[in-house]
Design a protein around this ligand. Structure first.
Ligand code: GLA
Length: 504
């Protein structure tokens, strides 16, 4: 499920209608120097400076306006109040601000949801800096031929869930080493994908240049390829990525050629600030532009659409050359986030097929916010959903439990089954759900999930899972054991746990 908070962020909403918010306490004491457009620069150690804009209007005790974090559109000011000369407010991303005039500038302290903080001085700038770049026309819609890639859901690793901005070339090399050493490569994982924050800017010819975290992308791709693996990268159809780094806007063909020259095998393309320029009705054309550029690059590059489930992408994703498309807002490393996303995917099952897949976002297995039982549920559900399996943890330091989950070949085989069907919910009662996925050998994968907080006995006849005849064999894919269960299943499922079966 996309949270309202995440949705705002994802949509990069340019200007929400804003109710005037009355300062809660002591308006007479409030500072009056907040009016204007302010730019807070955040220099990063890797030679990139990010910008957050505040556009504030304060009159007659009423503070209105909003914040433009990174490349996003305006996120309105909420719950303003004053404490002495400091004005406090929030925005919907879960960021809390404390601002106070400081000479001609504005002192801005931000607390981000996760506890991280920043503190700096914002300078006054002209209203023009807030303007989105001029619109560039998009191609007329057409249906691109399939690129022939991702006949089964792509498997690999992506830097975002664990490393966020702390991904660098060493992490990527070491992750490639760990993918091989841990047995993940042998279990089918191939892609090593660099997410946002690798970009610096453009050179005199307009070519995208990595920041100092990445010295040489071609050499990095060579290293990854020499391990038998493939390298992925990230960009946006907008001027800026979700992290505020340069996107591909106006440089789509050039970037696709650059990626091909580096030896890139996978592109995650994240809508982000494109939402400030194009309405949702133009998502498809925006993605088609890069789909065409990738096709023209001459290199096979998996095309991963990241649009948070907007625009009924599943109905047109394959037409733009998409191999996978996000069906939701961002996952986080918690049972509630994973559960809300994973158990909500059944209606999209008709849209998954060899070559193009629903993407309920990357795995959180091993990141620490769930128990091993919950991570087995997360992994089993993603495999039943024929989801891309992008590990999102630190492969270099993962525990034996995590490795065992990520490399369970019997469960992975359900994800990678050649029929390419996605599971749907067959039955549901008292927190127990039965999900089934038809398999190429005529069998069925069956997930018995317990979403409740206590262990539960489960007993059902096979007809409930849609079987018309008694099965010849039933295998428990986590216990790695054959079961004598020809009439039905009788057992128990732990709280938040799963029993994953393969029925022939
Ligand atoms: C968006 C995407 C995430 C990640 C970040 C990077 O939030 O949905 O998966 O790529 O951007 O900034």
């Amino acid at each position: 499920m996309i949270s309202p908070l995440a949705l705002l962020r994802r949509l990069c909403i340019p200007a929400l209608p804003l109710a005037a918010l009355v300062l809660a306490s002591n308006p007479a004491a409030r500072a009056d120097g907040l009016n204007g457009v302010w730019r807070l620069d955040e220099p990063k150690a890797w030679g990139v400076t990010l910008h957050t804009y505040l556009s504030l209007h304060q009159a007659n005790g009423v503070l209105t306006g909003g914040v433009y974090p990174n490349g996003s559109g305006e996120i309105p000011v909420q719950k303003p109040h004053t404490e002495g000369d400091v004005t406090l407010f929030q925005i919907d991303w879960g960021w809390a601000f404390r601002v106070r005039p400081e000479g001609a500038n504005l002192h801005v302290a931000i607390e981000y949801g996760g506890g991280a903080k920043s503190d700096g001085v914002a300078v006054p700038v002209s209203q023009d800096e807030l303007k989105a770049p001029a619109r560039i026309a998009l191609p007329a819609l057409r249906v691109l031929p399939p690129n022939g890639l991702a006949r089964t859901p792509p498997m690999g690793w992506n830097s975002w869930n664990h490393f966020a901005e702390h991904v660098d070339e060493d992490v990527v090399r070491q992750t490639a080493d760990a993918m091989v050493a841990s047995g993940m490569a042998a279990a089918g994982y191939v892609y090593i994908n660099i997410d946002d924050t690798w970009e610096a800017g453009r050179d005199a010819d307009g070519a995208i240049v990595p920041n100092t975290k990445f010295k040489d992308m071609k050499a990095l791709a060579d290293y990854v390829h020499a391990k038998g693996l493939k390298l992925g990268i990230y960009s946006s159809p907008g001027p800026l990525t979700c992290g505020g780094y340069p996107g591909s806007y106006g440089h789509e063909e050039q970037d696709a050629r650059t990626y091909a020259a580096w030896g890139i095998d996978y592109l995650k393309y994240d809508w982000c600030s494109a939402g400030r320029i194009y309405p949702e009705s133009e998502l498809r054309a925006g993605y088609q532009k890069m789909g065409e550029a990738l096709a023209a690059s001459g290199r096979p590059i998996v095309f991963s659409l990241c649009e948070y489930g907007m625009g009924d992408v599943w109905t047109w994703g394959p037409s733009v050359g998409g191999n996978l498309w996000r069906t939701t807002g961002d996952i986080s490393d918690s049972w509630s986030s994973m559960e809300a996303i994973g158990f909500n995917q059944g209606r999209l099952a008709p849209y998954a097929a060899p070559g193009h897949w629903n993407d309920p976002d990357m795995l959180e297995v091993g990141n620490g916010g769930m128990t091993p039982t919950e991570y087995r549920t997360h992994f089993s559900l993603w495999c039943l959903l024929a989801a891309p399996l992008m590990a999102g943890n630190d492969l270099r330091t993962m525990s034996a439990d995590t490795r065992e989950i990520l490399t369970n070949r019997e469960v992975i085989a359900i994800d990678q089954d050649g029929l390419g069907r996605e599971a749907t919910r067959a039955a549901e009662k008292d927190g127990i759900e039965i999900w089934t996925k038809p398999l190429q050998d005529g069998g069925l994968a069956v997930g018995l999930f317990n979403r409740s907080a206590g262990e539960k006995p489960v007993a059902f006849a096979w007809a409930l899972a849609g079987l018309s005849a008694k099965p010849a064999a039933v295998r428990d894919l986590w216990a790695h054991a054959d079961l004598a269960a020809s009439d039905g299943y009788t057992g128990s499922v732990p709280a938040h746990g799963v029993v994953m079966l393969r029925v022939k």
